[in-house]
Design a protein around this ligand. Structure first.
Ligand SMILES: Nc1ncnc2c1ncn2[C@@H]1O[C@H](COP(=O)(O)OP(=O)(O)OP(=O)(O)O)[C@@H](O)[C@H]1O
Length: 321
């Protein structure tokens, strides 16, 4: 479910989306399931566990790991509920997203993954009859208020959609469109941003000689990387990916996954995917949704290798899809 946002709905989304389109680990290894705000509890546990080890070196190593600073929380939700009219689609969801980490949202169709993802940059606001309750903390500040400047927010929390959606413009213009609207001027600055963004999206070498051709002259996978470059041009702190590879072939899919790893260092990434192999390949942490509930959350290895909840286990073993 990802095609509900069109036109101005995505305005300003870090330039990622239709952006007012002119046309057209380190922690929580012992954290229990459903305890999304992992952090100091895991650290305390690690230190006390280290006290009983015999080898001084390994003890030191454990203590060092245990006291390593927790990754910075960039974005966090507290008790988020989403309603479409009378349909209470998402229940009391609290999750934290960390700098330098990719979090995968998985679960059967209709369980609320995209609904939750869209709430993170208030994209659900664009859906008539949709109501989002609870706190969405960006940089520690609740942005789920009527006063929030959506245009600015979506510059910091960008979104990449299932279908590549470049503007009907040149490759170059796709990158600079939103930054220009945000005031960036000067050919040198714009040229530098185009190169930096396309390099960031691993597309520069393929398009550097045809920057002024239509974005639609690119393949589907290239278009998706262009959309990612467009997002990167706004230097977002968070990028939301809604099934970004479902329309792509396996090679383009791998290219996008590599790209995510290369750009996550300075930001948090959240990805909705139906592809369990992709989720286990690409993410540090995974949250499993079922019928509007966030049922289990943990490090991706634990979720896939040692699921605790029976519904998650059944889902992973193909009992339902
Ligand atoms: N635009 C909308 N208007 C009304 N109801 C919606 C809308 N989008 C989603 N819903 C409802 O919210 C619930 C969760 O849907 P959502 O698309 O978030 O699930 P999902 O897990 O992302 O599904 P899928 O994997 O099929 O994309 C469903 O009951 C769905 O019908």
């Amino acid at each position: 479910m990802s095609d509900v946002i069109t036109g101005e709905a995505a305005a300003g989304s870090a330039g990622a989306s239709t952006a007012a389109a002119p046309d057209g680990n380190g922690l929580g290894t012992t954290a229990p399931a459903a305890q999304p705000m992992s952090g100091s509890a895991g650290i305390a546990g690690g230190v006390s566990a280290a006290a009983g080890t015999s080898s001084a070196a390994s003890e030191l190593g454990r203590v060092a790991a245990a006291v390593a600073p927790a990754p910075e929380v960039v974005l966090e939700t507290r008790d988020v509920n989403v309603f479409y009219g009378d349909n209470h689609a998402l229940h009391n969801t609290s999750l934290a997203f960390h700098k330098g980490e990719i979090t995968a949202l998985i679960g059967p169709s209709g369980c609320g993954k995209s609904t939750f993802l869209r709430s993170l940059n208030l994209m659900n606001r664009e859906i008539r009859g949709c109501r989002v309750e609870g706190e969405i903390l960006y940089g520690g500040r609740n942005v789920n208020t009527r006063e929030e400047n959506l245009y600015e927010l979506r510059r910091s929390i960008g979104m990449v959609f299932q279908q590549p959606n470049p503007f009907h413009k040149t490759i170059y213009e796709n990158i600079v469109f939103a930054p220009k609207r945000h005031g960036l001027r000067g050919k040198d600055n714009l040229d530098a941003l185009v190169e930096e963004s396309l390099r960031g999206a691993a597309l520069w070498d393929e398009v550097k000689d045809k920057l002024h051709q239509s974005a639609f002259s690119l393949s589907g996978g290239q278009q998706q990387r262009l959309c990612i470059a467009r997002t990167l041009a706004m230097h977002p702190d968070v990028i939301l990916f809604d099934e970004p590879c479902s329309a792509l072939d396996p090679i383009s899919t791998l290219a996008i996954e590599e790209l995510m790893h290369s750009v996550v260092r300075d930001r948090a990434i959240v990805i909705v995917t139906h592809n369990m192999e992709q989720a286990s390949r690409v993410s540090n942490r995974t949250a499993f949704f079922y019928m509007g509930d966030m049922v289990e959350y943990g490090e991706t290895d634990q979720i896939f290798q040692r699921p605790r909840d029976k519904r998650l286990n059944d889902y992973l073993t193909g009992m339902f899809s």
